[in-house]
Design a protein around this ligand. Structure first.
Ligand code: ZN
Length: 233
């Protein structure tokens, strides 16, 4: 509340806000943690499946003794142990075209953090239809990308990537936990800015970060008027 332009008013706005975080892995787990720390009133966190040993270099909500058990239970335990005042709903499944619209309906903002384009496209369609903002965060190896999608005003994910890029394959990219955590912290900041109205969010801008060389670039991005998802808005 001591942050200039934040104050008690913005803190109350966070308390009254609800955010969907899809996948609580190296990216989403850190986003959820810092949104819980900031005092966001309600979090809906979706992540299916059981914890594997290979997840543990990045999934900071998990613990070694939980390998082989459902991630969703540990997500609930860790976040509520950290902030017992949090209204928390944990969904033990990943986003699909079948469930995304329903999930998006009940929240103010989405943080899109899955490792697959399939899930990201499902959420992109759902937020465009519902006219809800979405923080789009991604990483690959030592690089990160971050933008904020405001349907009808900024490019949506399909404007930027009408098809999955040729280099991409499911879970075929390396992750350093500190890199996913770094972009996750920035994504949480964007979510907080959108929810409270402070500062200038990365709406219509793409932040690209190369953490190896520490080169950070910000591009203006434009909507595709022929976009299959948001072109009609
Ligand atoms: Zn679009």
């Amino acid at each position: 509340m001591m942050i200039p332009d934040f104050g008690e008013e913005a803190q109350y706005k966070l308390k009254e806000s609800s955010v969907l975080v899809t996948r609580a892995g190296g990216l989403g787990g850190t986003v959820a943690f810092y949104l819980a720390a900031a005092g966001v009133g309600k979090l809906v966190v979706a992540h299916g499946g059981n914890l594997t040993r290979s997840n543990l270099n990045r999934q900071i909500l998990m613990t070694h003794d939980w390998v082989g058990k459902p991630r969703a239970e540990k997500i609930r335990e860790t976040l509520l142990r950290f902030n017992g005042d949090l209204a928390l709903e944990v969904l033990a499944e990943n986003a699909t075209e079948g469930n995304a619209a329903h999930w998006v309906e009940g929240v103010d903002l989405v943080c899109d953090c899955p490792p697959t384009f399939e899930e990201r496209y499902a959420l992109n369609k759902a937020i465009v239809y519902a006219r809800k903002p979405m923080v789009e965060a991604a990483m690959n190896s030592m690089e990160c990308h971050l933008t904020v999608i405001v349907p009808g005003k900024t490019p949506c994910l399909s404007c930027l990537y009408p098809e999955p890029p040729s280099w991409w394959e499911p879970l075929g990219f390396p992750v350093l936990g500190a890199v996913s955590g770094a972009v996750a912290c920035l994504a949480a900041i964007e979510a907080i800015k959108m929810l409270t109205g402070i500062g200038e969010p990365l709406a219509g801008k793409l932040l690209q970060m190369d953490t190896l060389a520490h080169e950070y670039r910000k591009f203006n991005i434009r909507r595709d008027p022929k976009c299959k998802v948001c072109g009609e808005l």
